[in-house]
Design a protein around this ligand. Structure first.
Ligand code: SAH
Length: 460
């Protein structure tokens, strides 16, 4: 845009938001994306980047706040990379997510809203303190003091913050105890630049139902000195402490955890429940971070599967078997498929732990395992197939095989409504109808949303 240059100050009326939570406002018809601006705001903004057909701007000041603008609970909401829409009233956040999903279904999927039931989004009664896992980076500030907190958005500088409002309250006493230990026993934080120092991250996991707490120090060393002091401090000040561990990560990498974890005190895992299924969680295990919402989501997936006890069910992209085990009690047989072999081992362990003997797990790519299985067992019928893929959605080879296997119902759990819509377009062009869609807010204050869609085979 010729008339404008970088650093110009402009007035923008924010009329829409992107899927990443950036506000969109037009200046003489030219769209600008603005972080931290929400629909309904009128802002004064500084132009930071100009492209041919759009630009980026930064909020200078809010001239007229949106009716949905609220004061974020967190004082570092704007700097921190974790949440994007804390400044938006929670009800408005839910409406925004719902609208985004409906738009994608229609625009990308060609699925019009009058052809299926769209049930109201399921939000949280208290959309704070929901996370059961936190990973605090540890560093030294300019004055040599220990800082524990979060990376500033898209950077590696650590902003001190020991109270994350979407994290569990137990994080604060844990961090205080670790800080005390590092100070008294002179254990230095890790320095990313010259790879000196010891403590890189503090991983905290909480079993929300069991109250068990795991603290795992990720260290740039093979051992940690004076751990009895650390354990004593943690036991004194952290209710529910059940496991104190170290994880060894000596690589120059952004990946937080290394492959080896060792127990210093207590158990090498904690346990938690979703519904009445018990799960064992190790430092490296994948486990849903919002168990309250996960239970609601899985209960919905189970009800959509309409199991009577005679069905053969596939759970694709099954992780540690969370959905599979939820379904197993109501089905004749469940097959789970997951690409990470360690997760499949956890899934088998979790089945044993719950006395579930009708679940079989395969490690491998869903788009390879399922076609190979189908080739060998043409006569076996699949009644229900559940998929819960990562953001990129399902591989088309998998979708084609699912269509050949022709289950009565497909339950699609998705964390990205754009790829969900693309995949639903494929399925609805090949003999399936979308019957019902519902969103679950697994990640309040971020732009993410989970969606579950139920498809029914239509006999053509
Ligand atoms: N259903 C599980 C996990 C969902 S996350 C739960 O609710 O806990 C998506 C999972 O898909 C991850 O565990 C990831 O490792 C796995 N995955 C990614 N690509 C895959 C593929 N091509 N085939 C099978 N699993 C895959």
């Amino acid at each position: 845009m010729d008339a404008l240059s970088k650093n110009d100050i402009i007035e923008l009326n924010i009329t829409d938001m992107t899927a990443d939570g950036e506000g969109i406002g037009k200046y003489n018809g030219f769209p600008f994306f603005v972080k931290d601006a929400i629909i309904g705001d009128v802002i004064s903004a500084k132009v930071v980047k100009l492209k041919k057909t759009y630009g980026y701007a930064r909020v200078e000041s809010v001239l007229t706040p949106s009716p949905d603008r609220v004061t974020p609970h967190c004082s570092i909401a704007r700097q921190c990379g974790g949440c994007q829409i804390q400044a938006m009233d929670y009800k408005a956040q839910l409406a925004f997510k719902e609208k985004m999903v409906r738009n994608n279904l229609s625009r990308i999927g060609g699925i019009e809203s009058d052809t299926y039931a769209f049930l109201p989004i399921v939000g949280m009664d208290n959309p704070y303190e929901y996370r059961n896992k936190a990973q605090f980076p540890v560093a030294k500030d300019k004055n040599g003091n220990i800082v524990m907190g979060f990376y500033a958005g898209r950077t590696h500088s650590v902003i001190g913050c020991e109270r994350c409002h979407i994290g569990d309250r137990v994080n604060e006493p844990v961090l205080a105890a670790v800080r005390d230990y590092m100070t008294v026993c002179t254990i230095p934080p890790y320095n990313e630049i010259d790879t000196s120092g010891t403590v890189r991250h503090i991983l905290i996991r909480v079993g929300k139902k069991t109250g068990e707490v795991m603290v795992c120090l990720v260290i740039n060393a093979d051992t940690l000195p004076d751990t009895s002091y650390l354990v004593e401090k943690l036991c004194d000040s952290v209710p529910g402490i059940a496991s104190v561990m170290i994880n060894i990560n000596k690589e120059k990498t952004n990946v937080i955890l290394g492959p080896v974890s060792k127990t210093i005190w207590g158990k090498s895992y904690i346990e938690d429940f979703i519904g009445d299924i018990r799960y064992r969680i190790s430092p490296n295990s994948f486990y849903q971070v919002n168990p309250i919402q996960t239970e609601k989501l899985y209960t919905k997936a189970l009800s959509l599967a309409e199991l009577t006890g005679n069905e053969t069910v596939w759970d694709l992209y099954c992780g540690i078997g969370t959905i599979s085990l939820f379904l197993a009690k109501k089905a004749r047989k469940v097959y789970g498929v997951e690409i990470v072999p360690q997760a499949i081992e956890d899934a088998r362990q979790n089945a044993l732990l719950n006395g579930i003997d009708n679940a079989t797990f395969f490690a491998g790519k869903a788009e390879e395992v399922v076609p190979a299985y189908y080739d060998e067992h043409r006569d076996e019928h699949a009644d229900v197939m559940v998929v819960d893929p990562p953001r990129k959605g399902c591989d088309e080879k998998l979708l084609s095989t699912m269509i050949s296997m022709s289950p009565e119902r497909i339950v699609y759990v998705s964390c990205d409504s754009a790829t969900l819509s693309r995949d639903l377009k494929f399925l609805t062009s090949n003999g399936y109808d979308v019957r019902q869609v519902q969103c679950f807010d697994q990640f309040p204050h971020t732009c993410h949303v989970e969606t579950v869609a139920c498809l029914q085979r239509v006999d053509m």
